[in-house]
Write a protein that binds this ligand. Sequence first.
Ligand SMILES: [Zn+2]
Length: 159
Amino acid sequence: MANDKEKSEILSISATVDVPYNYSAGYFVSRYLTELQENKKFLGVKCPKCNKVYVPPRVVCRDCFVKNEEFVEVSDKGTVMAYTVTTVPYTNPNTGEPKKLPFTAAYIQLDGTDTSIMHCLEEGDESKLKTGMRVQAVFAESRSGDHFTDIKHFKTIEE
Ligand SMILES: [Zn+2]
């Protein structure tokens, strides 16, 4: 029988679990990704009750619980709602490529929408970053229907 000290020790197993997966994007997000890939445009959906516009599109309005059915094209320009600057090494788990440091991830509300999307923001001088700044999407020349690679990043713009 174990003594009191042995009973209080918590056993653990250390392991790294790599679980790659794919899931269906569904009709709404598939239309969004196809529009990015083929036309370099952002597609959202509008709630028929409260008129909120969701990007990426979602089937049901989160506030009204009614089905969204009207697809609307929205601007590739938007406003930085929040951001974070990363200065610690990061390797893209999909490509194995290290990310150039520092890099910035931002929540961006595209004009004409009521939601934010997350993406990389390239300003060049992190000291100039601030919420409320205006940005525009920069699209990749070669696109594959992937939100994070079809949009290379967002850049700051003067208006
Ligand atoms: Zn609504």
